[in-house]
Design a binder for this molecule. Structure first.
Ligand SMILES: Cc1ncc(COP(=O)(O)O)c(C=O)c1O
Length: 362
């Protein structure tokens, strides 16, 4: 079986965890601080704040931006549910704007029409490892005085016009095991704004700036030193992992037939958290079955766009037509692209997909 994702854990991570266990400092401590400093440097920002997950990173970033009840946040409907749920946790309302069918990311041309007096932020997602089109997003945010919170949970090391994602607004990363690097569970917030960073640190730790003095409502969203030790060891391998993902994607795009392969716009560095193709003519599910029978793991990210999820329609009353997101949800398949694939695995994937294309030539 060729799996869709595979965390790569070496001796470095194992040894680092053992050192933490031997140190006696298990919860948030010096490894978290070291991981934050190294992560900030990797992104090219002044501050990084570690959290317990990508979801809590988004939640904290929204709260630290002062977003709450009565506010609207513009985001994409084609993402993991946490992108929008974090807006709900903050008490605000997600406003969904349809995607660009070529990139799967929020379509900047449609954002302007969604801005109201209540809009406080734009939350683009750099989906599958491909940066969203940031220039027009930043221009709109500047014109309308909006905060930009980047959901970079799938895009560690991705670049837009030579700049790392997570450095345009407030960046939020996930360190879940399937991501380009992992800390088992974990998240990271990145920012150049010292005030935002200070607020994030307080909210992460029960609104506490001085021990047992609580200035505001916060949470326990801390990362442990055990997780940070894994994350630090992984961070050193990020470039190598991303290069392997990019090379695997290049091989697939060169050899696959009968599917629409991912487009990488000029001046975008796509780090291929997922390698996602489109299968037209209603044949997506048949391809999934075909690949399963041949021992190839696949994923459908995501089968239901967020505005059509039951909670959003039944409980929150969303009733939207967002045709590009809905079409993508019906057509996408993600194929294995992770760094542990061998040349033989890549050839097996290509042979299986191309075999399906030959069977269904029309
Ligand atoms: C786009 C996106 N946003 C947010 C998250 C949430 O991250 P986590 O699972 O670490 O809470 C994920 C991770 O799955 C994600 O892919």
């Amino acid at each position: 079986m060729i799996s869709i994702a595979k965390p790569i854990i070496g001796e470095e991570e194992k040894q680092a965890v053992m050192e933490v266990l031997d140190s006696g400092v298990l919860a948030q401590g010096p490894r978290v601080a070291a991981f934050e400093a190294a992560f900030a440097e990797m992104i090219g920002v002044k501050h990084a704040i570690a959290t317990s997950s990508g979801t809590t990173a988004l939640h904290v970033a929204l709260l630290a931006s002062g977003i709450g009840a009565g506010d609207e946040v513009i985001t994409t409907p084609f993402s993991f549910i946490a992108s929008a749920n974090s807006i709900l946790y903050a008490g605000a309302r997600p406003v969904f704007v349809d995607i660009d069918p070529k990139t799967f990311n929020i379509d900047p041309d449609r954002i302007k029409g969604a801005i109201t007096k209540q809009t406080k932020a734009i939350l683009p997602v750099h989906l599958f490892g491909l940066p969203a089109d940031m220039d027009p997003i930043i221009a709109l945010a500047d014109t309308h005085g909006l905060v930009v919170i980047e959901d970079a949970c799938q895009s560690h090391g991705a670049e837009y016009k030579g700049r790392r994602v997570g450095s345009f607004g407030i960046g939020c990363f996930s360190l879940y095991p399937t991501k380009n690097i992992t800390s088992a569970e974990g998240g990271m917030i990145t920012t150049d704004d010292a005030e935002v960073a200070e607020k994030c640190r307080a909210i992460r730790q029960h609104g506490m700036r001085r021990r047992y003095y609580h200035d505001e409502l916060g949470f326990n969203f801390r990362m442990t030193d055990i997780h940070a030790a894994i994350g630090l060891a992984q961070l050193r391998k990020l470039d190598q992992f991303n290069q392997a993902r990019i090379a695997n994607a290049q091989y697939l795009s060169t050899h696959l037939r009968g599917v629409i392969t991912p487009e990488v716009p000029a001046e975008h560095r796509h780090v291929f958290h997922q390698y996602t193709v489109r299968v037209a003519n209603g044949r997506r599910d048949a391809l999934l079955e075909h690949l399963k029978e041949r021992g190839i793991g696949t994923g459908v990210y995501y089968p239901v766009p967020i505005h059509q999820q039951t909670f959003y329609t039944q409980e929150l009353g969303y009733n939207l037509d967002l045709p590009e997101a809905e079409c993508a949800a019906a057509e996408v398949v993600s194929l294995p692209v992770h760094p542990a694939l061998s040349q033989n695995d890549l050839e097996t994937i290509v042979a299986a997909v191309n075999g399906f294309a030959e069977l269904h030539q029309s």
